[in-house]
Design a protein around this ligand. Sequence first.
Ligand code: HDE
Length: 710
Amino acid sequence: MSDPKRLTDDQGHDEAAKDRHLEPYREDADGEYLTTNTGLRVNHTDDSLKAGTRGPTLLEDFHLREKMTHFDHERVPERVVHARGSAAHGFFQVYEPLTDLTKAKVFQDPSQKTPVFVRFSTVVGFRGSADTVRDVRGWATKFYTEDGNWDLVGNNMPVFFIQDAIKFPDLVHAIKPEPDSQTPQASAAHDNFWDFISLMPESAHTIMWVLSDRGLPRSYAMMEGFGVHTFRLVNAEGKARFVKFHWRPVLGTHSLVWDETQKIAGKNPDFNRQDLWDRIEDGDYPEYELGLQVVEEEDEHAFDFDLLDPTKIIPESEVPVRIVGKMTLNRNPDNFFAETEQVAFHPGHVVPGIDFTNDPLLQGRLFSYIDTQINRFSSANFNELPINRPVAAVHNNQRDGFMRQTINRGPVNYSPNSRGGGCPMTAPESEGGYVHYAERVEGHKVRERSDSFKDFFSQPTMFWHSLTEGEQDRLVSAAHFELGKVTIMEVRERMVTDFFNHINHDLAVRVAKGIGVEPPTAFAGTETDKRIPEVSTIKRGRYDTIQTRKVAILLAEGFDHEQLMAVKEMLMDGGAMPTVVAETLGMLTSASGETVEVDESYLTTASVLFDAFFVPGGAESVEALKAHGDALHFVHEGYRHAKPIGATGEGVELLSAARLPDLDVSDGPTTSDRGVVTAHDDLDGFPGAFREAIAQYRHFDRNKKDQVPA
Ligand code: HDE
């Protein structure tokens, strides 16, 4: 009989291969008796065994002891970084064979769907911290390929804070909560972090990314991903090329705004986690295209930065991104601990056709990830856990240790051997044996940084100039927040003069103004005309769809049913998600007698959890909303956060009552470029105009939005 835990080629390697692989480990208790861990049926689990109903508990109570002991041991240490994560299953499919570039099987056959498990994470916060903090997001993908597992362990930003792995413990110590007070949680806004950064000019590029909108993703389905390091692709002829990996969300890249993220952290700390879960449950599967930037080996030194330096990107104007395939996330985990918590990634999990470079950050990671998994699982057997087990067969002489699962048969556990016929035998390259790329290496043994790594400011300068004006404003404001939390004046000053002033003088002056620091004298050392437009989140957005956008519909008794339905239909057609919000849960009756169910009340939800708002008419309904602080607050906050707002009929009066600046209330549908769409009497064309405003995602050009009290 075939053993499902050891899937072999004849059982196929398709999209469902990992799912089949996990099946024998799944457990359902439907219709089953409660038992102990040794299979003994339990007949009472609510009282411990005592000497008399009011007497002492007996040591003999094996059920109590087993239940309690297991509970006491329910946790494993959380990840030292990336502790808070959310994951999903899915598959990857290449668009056309990449045989010319790599022999990795995952890239050969467009009809093959390789199963994947992806874990997104924040970096700094502990396991129970909020999702919507300003931070880098982790993006780790485990491909269960025919050749074994390949882990692409990346981030949502293409650069990193440091150039050499040896600085990682310092970086993480500095950014985590301070060691005496253990504050602040999940935030870089404190003395230690900025003290460290002000002395680490190599971090300038990543700091710009973190302070930009990229630090606040709207959804894991609307976030780009990057492998960060330069890797190598190797084809069957042994020819190698450099490569950078990119993930591009099909829904485009979109971000939240800072005030909103802080409020969401209180209203729904699981915002991104729940969003990912709901998308998959609703069938709105997150999809991402994989892109490659490929550089010929002979062009290694053709750039004005070093390809091995992880604080640099390759501008797309120099090497375009070739889109090669798509990943779809279509299944939520069955069990958070068994899958999301126990999944163990490692950049060193590679397959033939994919190899490393000498990036000193990558090289250090190759050590750290195995070590950290052994710390988390107290065992080198972590790859035997169901979520980590490759679908490819595993045979070796690594044996024993805590929680060993595999029952290796026979007397042979060494190599070479003759007793086992030489098995397990090493595989020649033609049979999939991994052969390291034979890069020629020579040099003196030195503890030094290459001079080619020492231009710290050119790319941050290009980054700054490549943002839209609105993005620049928000970045400056982010710096005001972060450095405003720094209590040591010298650190603030150093950040202005030694850091931002080297990126751009105007930026430094603007940052200085918000944090009580004397503006620095002009410094034009790193100015450049080069631009890298792809870094802008706004330019990476998608504005031709309203798919999965969440729209709150504010209602009270006596609403106009026809107006509600016209917009609801438009939203449903476009794949958006309308939610009726009212004072209480239950049913509401329209002016013409129809009833609708309320989905959320002002208590159970908040404006910050929506992308757009709609207020239909109905005199009685709108009068009630006008008298309701929560309804007015929804409109104010939505306006302040630059979200589209639509109103029809008397609904327009709610916006007037909210005294939105520059409100244009005309009869027909008015699509102001500020994303407030109103139609008082002539409703023809309103749904289309409102749809257009929602597709724009945010309307940052509301220049008086800060006058609104929210
Ligand atoms: Fe990680 N990193 N990292 N990192 N990293 C970990 O491994 C480390 C770096 C990244 O969802 C740890 O399993 C070092 C860059 C992700 O399970 C640990 C250095 C990038 C995840 C570790 C880096 C990453 C981790 C902690 C500098 C983007 C979460 C728990 C040399 C390219 C994976 C764990 C998951 C997790 C070490 C830098 C991405 C301690 C030493 C650069 C997405 O091993």
